[in-house]
Design a protein around this ligand. Sequence first.
Ligand code: C2E
Ligand code: CA
Ligand code: CA
Length: 580
Amino acid sequence: MKLKTYQQKELLDVIEGLSAVYDKVRLVEPEECREVKLNPDGTLSEGAPCFCAWNSSQRCVNCSSLRACRSLQKVEKNETFRDNQYHVMSVPVLVQLPDEEDPVRFVVECINRAQGVERMNLDGYGHHQSTAPDTDENGVQVNTGNALYDPLTGLKNWDGFYRSVRERMQAEPDQEWVIIVYDIMHFKMVNEIFGVSKGDEVLCRIGALIRSKIGPGEECARLESDRFSVLIRKEHFGDTFSISASREIPDLIDSPLFHVHIQAGVYFVRDKSLPVFAMCDRAKIALSMIKNKTHLKVSIFDEDLMRTIRHEQYVISEFERALKDGEFRMYLQPQVEKDGRVIGCEALARWVTPDGKIIPPGDFIGILERSELIVRLDRYIWDQAVKTLAAWSGTPMENLYISINISPKDFYYLDVFTYLEGLIEQYKVPRAKLKLEITESVVMRDALKQLALVNRLHEQGYDIEIDDFGKGYSSLSLLKDISADTIKIDKEFLRETDNDVKSEGILCSVLDLSERLNMRVITEGVETSKQLEKLIRLGCHTFQGYYFARPMSTDWFEEMFQECEGILTGTDVTVNGDSV
Ligand code: C2E
Ligand code: CA
Ligand code: CA
């Protein structure tokens, strides 16, 4: 469920409005089990532990606010207090605090005495009373027990940890703190291979090790299954942090095949008014960045990391909507012969937001590739490309081709062959006008199968281009196995380096090789006349680069093509007036 995000002032108004209807309305932070107050000046102050309101000595195990917070749904329950029945409604909300980039999750609790009874007497509210049992929705007594410790390791559990952290921070307000969350890598495998009792033993020994490392006034806990956490003083950080590199850890299991590895996510507490769970979340976010990277032991949360994650989440969550709303556009960048004659173009995606901002592919292609959404985008761009080719029939652009990018994921999640054939059939476009740009990574995995597919596309009449040649691990042996028509030399080759002689040598060899293999060569990233002259001298005939034109919308491309009558004259790219 998507929660509404309130500005602080807005939520204060809502609480005030609700107070006219309910006997008591309060804002709570259920993970820490405490009431919070939003002050009009933007600060946050802590109220009493919430369980006091219900006359119990610790957290109500049927806490509706905790359930609301976890399920992101409104939760209601009945509660008994001084022999009276109350109705509690817990509504999760997000609140944008002035100094925080991300909204923080709280719960609004609305409490009413059960119907037909006079207004709730709030005398006992907020004060610790003698214990009385909690009841569940059906009025059944539930055990409030000592729920602050983990019975397996004897360490505190998350509930105990959150509360102790709060207490420590209050007790020493000038102290700087660090929260670390530890995760045991592949812990499931320990249970599966060595059995649950071995798994329990590992957890206990790690728990004991962590406990042995923390100093007076510091805290440790087992948050959940194989996750531990500590609150330590900043100056103590170096020592405790060493847990994940501790020599004892890998030997916890006596097996040559399996070593225990621990990773740590670290959050240097910047804002002590944040709910403790939000602090732990930051440490967990840092941890998630190194998940499955066995060689990395520690990851420290910082704002850049947060921005990256926030951006990634934005792209993934907005993608479907943006695609549906037509925010993704196909841009075209001309490909020209050495005399400036435009012979075709490359289709490149752009994300144009409703406020006119253009998000470049570097900011979303990688994310979409990791999440497999790239397939949806590529299909859309390919559709646009084929439609455009069809629309150009009978116009001055009739002889141009369009190169489309094919991501490795397309080969895994899509029947590329059938899909392209469907487009060709639908729009009646000659296959040779649609060039397919693939990178070597397409055929890296499952090489035989992918090579067969690429070769089949080639036999069918599509032009195959090997993109980004020279970037990464291009192997010359690939050229022997793949039926490709064109090599696209990466712009990296044009970068001026200390090793110009060497890169010119490689460029010459690639051009020579392509000639022997009867392949066409395009060099991309041409920005200056100097680069162009050199490339022509070395024997390259086709170019793509800012020197001739940047990628542009289809309308603009068509206008440009007609205006220049298909011949572009280049201009050196300049930065602050200087030629680059
Ligand atoms: P690419 O396929 O290597 O595309 C060429 C990139 O070089 C484009 O970046 C283009 O704008 C840029 N470029 C061209 N001439 C110059 C130049 O003279 N100087 C410089 N500095 N750059 C130049 P762009 O449009 O930002 O695209 C980046 C990458 O994103 C593309 O690299 C491609 O890998 C990927 N991409 C873009 N659109 C799509 C798409 O629809 N599908 C897939 N799968 N990938 C796409
Ligand atoms: Ca490309
Ligand atoms: Ca390229």
